[in-house]
Design a protein. Structure first.
Lengths: 312, 430, 305
């Protein structure tokens, strides 16, 4: 070392080029070039195919690989040889069925899930661990197992429930509840009990504390989870397929699946794009409402963080 | 299985033809058979020891085969002759989705003053289950020959009074006026016929398939050049049946475990030869170059040509139709439901659908499945420019069906298990 | 301040719902798997009373699950696909999650949005997108052949036909599985990496660890719960996947155990076998889940709160 000081040489000479390169790449305090490249490559790989699919839904030919110019005919045309998204009865029917199921799912699963989240977060007695465990299972159960079990349930036990929309809705709600619980519970943890306790100190009854203190604080999470339930219901394929009852109860993912196995057309890309836009709109609306209601809270108020911390 | 049972959100473009699927079974190796005998069905007269195709089915009758005709017993008398048709209200048809031309239905409704509705079922088995449970109460229903004995045993369909259905004698192919599975047409009239053959593209497949030795099915075992572009029907009966036919065995209803196992082994050779796929979508995949060589139903060729092929593909599509005795020819039927409140009108519907004009329109304007009417002549269609000369063989004619024709029919329960387990082996890709 | 019955009462509707529509269906599967089949209608006749259970179907499936049996090969293949896909997800997902959680300060929000975006895009649309790209003439296929990557893949033995990715290739199925499931892996991993305190790393550096050793001995162990969580979140559902091979392949040589279950439930005389396979698959997954919970339990004891 004294030699280095004496000669004035820098440390660079003591390290080989390889060592320097490695240091440059793996330095946790410097710019991590390797990771940047990997991350952005991943992002592009993840999203670009979908963008291409959207692009080809506007293709002016039946091809999905060669671009022939822009047109909206796959969405709007009423010509008899084009199954356009908004005019072909089966595609329109699929859109309607997906919307119907998603709406019913949100309306039923969100209240049940919110109540379950509250119950699980605050229940201190016996059984709460078991209930918590029960709630986590649908998140990891393979969909085919759920599809088979619900199919057999409605065929042999709960035979009053007809296949088609009723069975599909029940199935959707079953796997949606867990998502609501996980999201609302995260919010509950960050709220804590202090607000309600303050309200109680100020003389509020439990009912008032729930209604006027807790509920408004929870509202952002409720809205966010509703948006997420909407999205996963629209995306659901396996449960909808196993519990369907013929062509009238086909959903958009089922339509895309069938078309993809045969030969997809631009209108398949089209209906997928439509459903994607609707889903994104719902999610963005949910996030905006969430941020609006949590403005000024500071700390880890990012909706993404809340969503990302799936309680695992 | 019936072609319409391809579980797709079918638009009317999907011309699906499948052979009746309920009676499929597969036996595996010895361990399977041992396990099977431990787990046969409860009660009922079903499931006698495997290997005997004339064993009793639940009706106490022999299993129908083209060379073993069966007369279904009448459990009640048919309705009396000469009654007036009922009018007013709904008339419900229970059948595959998009299987009848709405124009045909509307014309019938107008003539007799009823509103014709369709209640769909996805596959014949779930349809029968719904009929049995009373969930639906239609007037007429679609049926397949391998299920007719079952539904008669369960009294789900009514005996027919053929005086209301003169078109049966007049218009229908003789071999189907008095079919082997329902001698005397006590319960059913035929609707469509279809055969299983090979659909291929001449721009990629250079072999002369119809003249291949030992038989055209052999192309699949020499399809190395078409790796990843070849497919079989994803049907338990059709795949194994094809392997049997390939070896020259025409007993498509065999319950011999050795034969079935050997057929499965033959099919498994196809993994390495051409990485065989399975699917029921050849009407679009072959027409759109996603596949070059496919086992297919006759209606697939027609619908692929008409609705999915571009100009080059139209010229390149070919279909090999095995003909009588060389490949399976299936049909489906109409029956009158026992839940009908309009029995006379139900009989008249059966007559209506066998009318030459209605049947022809239904076929060409809508569903692409061919009715077994003597007036439907492939030469006509070529002359009218609807079908090209190259695909004129996709239309079956009366001589295609006869005493030596092959048809997938009901098996005993153990036979069905045998076939299904064998198909499961094939599907496992091992 | 709230009455003691309040929270259990709130939980009640959800719990009852899950009991009836999530737990009870498993009993329906059990009843069918140990039941019989009506010979006329070919529908399953479940046996609800354990005393009347018919073990033949499950025995049959277990026999075929022995090495050499039908289901054994499919099961082994499914395990291979799942493990390879998991490995791919880890190799790709860990660096991405690591980067976003630890380094991307300015672009973090943007990256997070882009990371979460695939959640809201239908799985099937993403598969459809790949079908478009990998079809002959599609952008990906043209890119791969122009850059000769497909020759490389062929020489490495990963792809048997470099011109037909959709012709029944295991490689395509695994890549599709990775593509489909990786968002579900990255997010929990990101969440757990994000929670790691920088001070731990700084302490490691102060104590003389190289960046690599700091990563190996500090970051990696602390992210273990996230890794496991992400792994569970994708491995368990992936075992039941049957639609991905159907979409990108369609050949029996790439079928997964889900395809076998699918076969038995659509017509035919043996829905009981489908139910039996489902039960055995579920048991296997419960074991995996149990291992996960045990590991989490141990990990949470080892680490500081």
């Amino acid at each position: 070392m004294s030699q280095a000081v004496a000669t004035g040489s820098t440390e660079a000479r003591e390290f080989s080029t390889w060592r320097r390169l490695r240091g440059w790449i793996t330095n946790p305090w410097g710019k991590p070039r390797f990771l940047v490249v990997v991350t952005w490559t991943y992002i592009v790989w993840s999203i670009a195919p979908v963008l291409v699919a959207i692009q080809f839904s506007f293709n002016n030919s039946r091809s999905l690989t060669v671009w022939h110019g822009f047109t909206t005919k796959w969405y709007t045309s009423t010509a008899p040889d084009i199954n356009s998204v908004f005019h072909d009865p089966s595609l329109r029917g699929a859109l309607q069925q997906s919307m119907k199921l998603a709406f019913l799912d949100v309306v039923i699963a969100t209240p049940i899930g919110v109540m379950l989240a509250l119950g699980l977060a605050r229940w201190r007695g016996r059984g709460s661990g078991g209930a918590n465990f029960l709630m986590l299972f649908p998140l990891v159960t393979p969909e085919i197992v759920m599809g088979v079990s619900l199919l057999l349930l409605f065929s042999h036990l709960l035979t009053l429930v007809p296949f088609g929309t009723p069975a599909q809705v029940l199935g959707h709600v079953t796997f949606s509840i867990s998502y609501v619980v996980v999201i609302v519970r995260g919010r509950l943890f960050s709220i804590g009990r202090s607000y309600e306790e303050a309200a109680a100190d100020l003389g509020a009854s439990p009912a008032v504390a729930l209604y006027r203190v807790l509920f408004p604080l929870l509202l952002p999470a409720i809205v966010a989870s509703a948006a997420i339930v909407f999205a996963i219901s629209i995306d659901d394929f396996v449960i909808s397929q196993w519990l369907s009852n013929g062509a009238n109860t086909t959903t958009v993912p089922m339509t895309i699946y069938n078309a993809t196995r045969a030969t997809p057309q631009p209108s398949t890309d089209g209906i997928a794009t439509v459903i994607m836009v609707i889903t994104l709109a719902a999610v963005v609306a949910g996030v905006l409402v969430f941020r609006f209601f949590t403005r000024g809270e500071g700390g880890r108020g990012s909706a993404i963080d809340d969503v990302a911390g799936f309680g695992i | 299985m019936h072609p319409k049972e391809r579980r797709l959100g079918a638009t009317r473009r999907d011309f699906l033809l499948r052979s009746g699927g309920a009676a499929l079974a597969l036996s595996g190796a010895g361990s399977f058979l041992a396990a099977c005998s431990n787990s046969t069905t409860t009660g009922g007269g079903g499931g006698t020891s495997g290997g005997n195709p004339n064993a009793n089915n639940p009706l106490g009758l022999p299993l129908a085969r083209p060379n073993v005709p069966v007369t279904l017993p009448l459990y009640e008398n048919p309705i009396a002759s000469g009654m007036k048709p009922e009018t007013g209200g709904d008339f419900t048809i229970f059948n595959y989705p998009d299987y009848i031309d709405p124009a045909v239905m509307k014309a019938f409704g107008k003539k007799y003053g009823v509103t014709v509705k369709v209640t769909p079922f996805d596959d014949i088995n779930s349809g029968i289950t719904k009929l049995a449970s009373g969930t639906v109460q239609p007037d007429v229903t679609e049926m397949t020959p391998d299920n007719i004995a079952r539904v008669v045993a369960a009294k789900l369909v009514k005996p027919l009074n053929l005086e209301y259905i003169p078109n049966l004698q007049k218009n229908v192919w003789p071999s189907l006026v008095d079919p082997f599975y329902d001698k005397g047409s006590h319960y059913s009239v035929p609707y469509t016929v279809y055969s299983t053959g090979i659909l291929y593209r001449t721009d990629y497949v250079k072999e002369d398939i119809p003249n291949l030795t030992p038989n055209p099915w052999d192309i699949f075992w020499h399809a190395q050049k078409y790796n990843g572009k070849t497919a079989l029907l994803s049907e338990v009966r059709e795949t194994i049946g094809m392997a049997l036919l390939h070896k020259g065995d025409t007993d498509l209803n065999t319950e011999d475990p050795n034969k079935v196992n050997q057929a499965v082994k033959d099919l498994q050779e196809l993994y390495n030869i051409c990485n065989i796929k399975v699917g029921d979508l050849q009407y679009s995949t072959v027409a759109e170059r996603k596949a070059y060589l496919n086992q297919a139903w006759s209606g697939d060729a027609i619908s692929g040509y008409l609705f999915y092929a571009d100009k080059e593909s139209k010229q390149a599509l070919r279909f090999w139709n095995p003909g009588q005795g060389n490949g399976p020819i299936q049909n489906d039927m109409w029956c009158v439901c026992s839940t009908t409140k309009k029995p006379v009108l139900a009989h008249l519907w059966l007559n209506w659908i066998l009318d030459n004009t209605q049947g022809y329109n239904n076929f060409l304007n809508y569903n692409g499945y061919q009715p077994p009417l003597t007036e439907v002549d492939p030469g006509e269609m070529v002359k009218k420019g609807i079908l090209p000369e190259s695909l004129s063989n996709t239309v079956l004619t009366a001589p295609d069906l006869g005493p030596t024709s092959l048809q997938y029919m009901t098996l005993t329960t153990q036979g069905q298990q045998l076939w299904q387990n064998g198909y499961s082996q094939f599907l496992s890709g091992a | 301040m709230y009455p003691r019955w309040l929270w259990p009462a709130f939980a009640l509707p959800g719990v009852v719902w899950l009991l009836i529509l999530f737990v009870l269906p498993f009993y329906a599967v059990v009843g069918v798997a140990f039941g019989s089949v009506d010979p006329i209608l070919l529908t399953a006749v479940p046996a609800w009373n354990p005393a009347q259970w018919n073990f033949g179907w499950v025995t049959q499936v277990l026999t075929e699950l022995e090495p050499g049996g039908i289901y054994w090969d499919v099961f082994v293949r499914t395990v291979e696909y799942v493990m390879l896909s998991l490995a791919g997800c880890v190799l790709i997902g860990y660096p991405v999650a690591y980067y976003i959680s630890r380094h991307a300060s300015r672009t973090k929000s943007l990256l997070l949005i882009l990371l979460v975006l695939p959640f809201w895009i239908s799985y099937l649309m993403r598969m459809l997108a790949w079908i478009n790209l990998l079809s002959p003439g599609g952008y990906a296929e043209r890119f791969l052949s122009a850059t000769h990557i497909n020759d490389l893949l062929f020489h490495l033995g990963l792809v048997s036909d470099p011109n037909n990715y959709l012709g029944g290739e295991s490689f395509t199925v695994i890549v599709a599985l990775i593509y489909g499931y990786i968002p579900y892996f990255i997010l929990p991993l990101y969440a757990s990496l994000d929670r790691i305190d920088r001070s731990h790393l700084e302490a490691a550096r102060d104590l003389g660890a190289s960046p690599w050793r700091a990563f190996l001995h500090v970051t990696l162990p602390l992210s273990r719960t996230g890794l496991l969580g992400g792994a569970v979140l994708i491995v368990l559902p992936m075992f039941g996947d049957y639609y991905t091979p159907n979409i990108v392949s369609g050949a029996p040589t790439t079928s997964m155990i889900g395809n076998q279950i699918d076969l038995y439930f659509h017509g035919g005389p043996q829905p009981t076998i489908g139910a039996a396979i489902t039960i055995l698959l579920s048991l296997f997954l419960v074991l995996l889940m149990g291992y996960y919970m045990w590991t989490i339990h141990r990990a949470s004891r080892d680490l500081p709160a």
